[in-house]
Design a protein around this ligand. Structure first.
Ligand SMILES: Cc1cc2nc3c(=O)[nH]c(=O)nc-3n(C[C@H](O)[C@H](O)[C@H](O)COP(=O)(O)OP(=O)(O)OC[C@H]3O[C@@H](n4cnc5c(N)ncnc54)[C@H](O)[C@@H]3O)c2cc1C
Length: 450
């Protein structure tokens, strides 16, 4: 049988892609190695900003999909002397129920769903992907043809990894552009104060290159999601051991009960150079759509799937959707999120270099104010005026070099963002654009970080 679209992976990216694409009337096959009752069950902090759903016109989580309401986030300085409160509405979701919603909605629109089925490899003929080989315990392996194969297999990128090395969609992630995280869901004795506020603790000593978090499920008395992430590729200690150091020294976790535990990695870099190529596309973690600063990836995974579904509307111009047919996916994603992601990637490089003393100092002196932090986080804009204002106010204080570097960071964030907003109009311009991106990153690293 020939499908219009085969999707490997029914996490939030693949499941939402199945829904968006089946909704346009295409014949979809969605598969996952996991069974239905574990759909979307990647270890997660489970936080989802409301704005992601508003943007895609999706209903808010409700009933069994909802674990808590979020009103804002407190960000604590390394020595916890300072706290920034960033207000913003969102949810703590039940990731499995929330993902199942999309699978069911896709099935209602005619999609076929095969749980416990692995997509083994893409079928490449005449430099195009024409289908895939599937495998299940009951059936063994078999071939299925498609006009488009979507790799939504998360960080493993199980299909694109098997494509020819010179296909730009291979664009591989460096270990230092990942974050390795471990989290537990715990029942604590005393329900936290202000359960609708999430807490993030930035500390190079405890969570090098990342942070540790305490996210209450406000609708589930005393249930909290607590985890810690460290930058990959640096030889930092395992996040589980680091998290236990935190948990063991804090009274709020005394006599708490572990309900669930697990760890995983996320890409925390700018988006992939192209989400599409001949007969194949990537969405979600496979396309590096995660926010480089806070590591949230569910909202942007859904956005990448939505952008792809829009590009499919006109149908393929030949037997498969070719790169030209699919190119609108890149423009859509880069303009709506990728450009901000790339700017935040620059900010991440800078933050990961700072010492705890620098961070404590920066937050105490409010070099970037709470309200400005909101703009940085929502838009990826660190406006030069903000930094210039801080430089005037803080002239003569310690650490002028911190401010000078921050000014450089703001400049490069703006330049990178512009480059992504001007993403190439056609595939033939991709190579030159990628070179420009690399040059800009190299220049930033040489001038500002060193
Ligand atoms: C500890 C931690 C905390 C996080 N906290 C948050 C948070 O609070 N908020 C947020 O928004 N994001 C968070 N993230 C990131 C978020 O979890 C991911 O960005 C998101 O789940 C990615 O979804 P995905 O569908 O792309 O990938 P995945 O969820 O990894 O799904 C991939 C799916 O593909 C399947 N698969 C793999 N190989 C094959 C194959 N060959 N054939 C068929 N199926 C296959 C897998 O079984 C899996 O179901 C966190 C991540 C971690 C690790």
């Amino acid at each position: 049988m020939k499908y219009d679209v085969i999707i490997a992976g029914a996490g939030i990216a693949g499941a939402s892609a199945a829904y968006f694409i089946a909704d346009k009337g295409f014949k979809v096959l969605l598969t996952d190695v996991k069974p239905f009752d574990r759909a979307g069950d990647k270890p997660c902090g489970d936080a989802l900003g409301k704005h992601h759903l508003d943007e895609l016109n999706l209903p808010y989580p409700q009933g069994s999909e909802l674990e808590g309401i979020v009103k804002g986030i407190d960000i604590y300085s390394p020595y916890e002397d300072m706290k920034y409160r960033v207000l913003g509405e969102g949810f703590e979701i039940n990731r499995v129920e929330f993902t199942k919603r999309f699978i069911k909605a896709a099935q209602d629109r005619g999609a076929d769903y095969l749980p416990e089925t692995q997509v083994m490899k893409p079928l490449v003929k005449d430099s195009k992907v024409m289908g895939a080989i599937l495998w299940s315990r009951n059936k063994g392996s078999w071939e299925v043809s498609s006009r488009l194969l979507i790799d939504a297999t998360g960080m493993s990128r199980a299909l694109v990894r098997r494509l020819p090395a010179d296909w730009p969609i291979r664009d591989e992630v460096r270990p230092q552009d990942t974050n390795v995280a471990y989290r537990e869901i715990r029942k604590i004795k005393e329900p936290p104060e202000e359960p609708e506020i999430l807490r993030i603790y930035v500390s190079k000593e405890k969570a090098p290159g990342g942070y540790w978090w305490f996210f209450p499920y406000s609708l589930k008395d005393g249930l909290v999601n607590v985890g810690l992430g460290v930058q990959g590729g640096k030889g930092y200690p395992h996040p589980k051991g680091q998290l236990y150091k935190v948990i063991n020294e804090r009274p709020e976790f005394r006599d708490s009960l572990v309900i669930e535990s697990g760890g995983a990695a996320v890409p925390t870099r700018r988006p992939i150079n192209t989400l599409v190529w001949e007969g194949i596309a990537v969405v979600g973690d496979s396309a590096y759509t995660v926010n480089p600063i806070h590591g949230g990836g569910k909202g942007s995974a859904m956005l990448s799937s939505w952008c792809l579904s829009r590009a499919l509307e006109e149908g393929p111009s030949s037997d498969v959707w070719g790169t030209n047919d699919l190119w609108g996916t890149n423009k859509c994603y880069m303009e709506r999120y990728g450009a901000k992601q790339a700017a935040l990637d620059i900010f991440r490089y800078f933050l990961q270099e700072l010492s705890d003393d620098d961070l404590e100092y920066g937050m105490r002196k409010k070099i970037i104010k709470e309200e400005d932090l909101n703009t940085v986080s929502l838009k990826g804009d660190l406006e030069l005026t903000i930094v210039d204002k801080a430089m005037r106010l803080l002239a003569g204080l310690r650490r002028p070099s911190l401010l000078i570097r921050l000014r450089g960071v703001a400049e490069y964030m703006n330049r990178v963002k512009q480059l992504y907003m001007n993403y190439p109009d056609k595939p033939s311009e991709l190579n030159d654009w990628v070179k420009e991106v690399k040059n800009l990153y190299n220049e930033f690293t040489a001038k500002i970080l060193k």
